[in-house]
Design a protein around this ligand. Structure first.
Ligand code: FE
Length: 225
């Protein structure tokens, strides 16, 4: 049997993977970034084939990774994790720098960034593993701690978007006993569930300016589930 809850015990970080040029680029939230070799320093990322960023990586032959910190603004997750670059310009208004290859690098809420030259692509079903050789890396903020996927799930109550390699359909998880006196409300933008039982507060009692902990959407964007 596969208990999908076991997969949540794998420790990942959370990153913005970006690519493109000075004129046009995109980025998305990833939790799969890992170092493969030390000499030369090569890293792998796993991108959904449908991601706009995937096209930019293939066209430019380069990509960047920004390592997010624990206090990352919910709107960063909303913008880069739950919206498509096909609908909005995700990089507009962001604090950016450009790499040696010209790829945009997002500096918002990040502790460090890295830039890579694409050296290999491996197609794996719905995703492509891009292998990059490190061109440059720098620390942006030494005081903040990097965000982990466990922190995002447990403390920030975050969920994985559908295009994430670690996305798990809820029907595959063991059913939890219901709490009839408590209701659940779902963010229509990012899928975050506000669970009254866990929060100890009725959704209706939340202040009017309360926003989604993950993507920053307003109360009105929630529906009862
Ligand atoms: Fe949300």
């Amino acid at each position: 049997m596969i208990n999908f809850e076991a997969l949540f015990k794998i420790s990942y970080g959370l990153y913005i993977v970006s690519s493109g040029t000075k004129d046009k680029g995109n980025g998305y939230i990833a939790n799969t970034v890992f170092q493969i070799t030390a000499e030369p320093p090569q890293f792998a990322i796993s991108c959904n084939k449908n991601n706009l960023t995937t096209q930019f990586i293939q066209e430019s032959g380069a990509f960047a990774v920004s390592i997010l910190h624990k206090d990352t603004e919910p709107t960063i997750f909303g913008r880069f994790g739950f919206k498509s670059g096909k609908d909005i310009n995700k990089l507009e208004g962001m604090s950016l720098t450009y790499g040696e290859t010209g790829v945009p690098i997002v500096l918002n809420d990040c502790v460090a960034f890295m830039e890579f030259k694409l050296v290999q692509s491996v197609e794996v079903g719905t995703h492509i593993i891009f292998i990059g050789e490190l061109l440059q890396a720098d620390v942006v903020d030494n005081d903040k701690e990097p965000m982990t996927y466990a922190h995002y799930r447990q403390v920030r109550k975050g969920v994985a978007p559908k295009n994430a390699p670690t996305y798990i359909d809820k029907s595959k998880l063991a059913a939890k006993p219901p709490a009839p006196e408590h209701k659940k409300y779902k963010c229509t933008a990012c899928g975050y569930i506000y669970d009254e039982a866990k929060e100890g507060k009725k959704f209706a009692d939340l202040p009017a300016d309360w926003v989604c902990a993950i993507c920053g959407s307003e109360k009105d964007d929630f529906v009862e589930v």
